[in-house]
Design a protein around this ligand. Structure first.
Ligand SMILES: [Zn+2]
Length: 225
């Protein structure tokens, strides 16, 4: 199933592409059943131990299937290790002379911070300016997904997405902005409920031309300065 974005050609230059994440989710859910039973069994065993150590009774009814559920959830949340993000882009790389900014904004992302293994979630905005090649639009979202479904820090996630697109398509520039809330800050530690973290990474003309960068920031409609 392919994403059918509403494409609006703004005055001669811009492709604005609202992102629909539902399709990726479906693909991922299909994949959930493919996890190795051996891995799930090992994880379940350890989660049962963890429940006991935390003072719970893993044999009480409500918790009987919890270790297995957690194991499957964690396997799902870290399935990005099995993905090859660069290959995702190369699998849909097309020759095209379009040389204006392509933006995929508001890509939902859910990841796990590698320090606490607690979720961080938010949105990614990705742009590139083609240099002879474009990629399928849904592939950009899938690259975000492939890197997000691992233990991460937001800074590295941002740079990995940028570098992957730069290496696979060799465009004139790549821009990535991620805005995310971190549960490890909200539920524990400083317990700041409303703080969001913004990271950005640029290459090529997004670095060298301030106007191009500003145009991108303006188009993602963000509160960024
Ligand atoms: Zn953390």
């Amino acid at each position: 199933m392919k994403i059918k974005p509403r494409v609006s050609l703004c005055p001669g230059k811009l492709l604005l592409l609202p992102h629909n994440c539902l399709i990726d989710m479906k693909e991922n859910y299909r994949k959930e059943e493919l996890f190795s039973p051996e891995v799930i069994e090992k994880l379940s065993y350890h989660y049962r131990e963890i429940l006991s150590i935390l003072g719970e009774d893993p044999t009480r009814e409500g918790l009987l299937k919890t270790p297995e559920r957690v194991a499957k959830a964690m396997a799902f949340l870290t399935q990005g290790y099995d993905a090859d993000p660069k290959e995702i882009l190369l699998s849909a790389k097309f020759k095209e002379e379009y040389r204006q900014m392509v933006i995929v904004k508001d890509i939902e992302l859910y990841s796990l911070c590698e320090h606490h293994m607690l979720p961080f979630y938010g949105k990614a905005h990705v742009a590139y300016i083609p240099n002879g090649y474009i990629t399928g639009l849904s592939k950009i979202a899938r690259v975000v997904e492939a890197f997000a479904r691992r233990l991460q820090v937001q800074e590295r996630l941002t740079v990995q997405i940028r570098d992957c697109i730069q290496e696979a398509l060799n465009p004139m520039g790549v821009a990535v902005v991620i805005e995310a809330s971190h549960m490890c800050m909200q539920m524990r530690g400083v317990q700041k409920q409303n703080s969001a973290t913004t990271t950005s990474a640029f290459t090529g003309v997004f670095l060298s031309q301030m106007r191009t960068r500003e145009e991108f920031i303006h188009l993602i409609g963000s509160r960024l300065r």
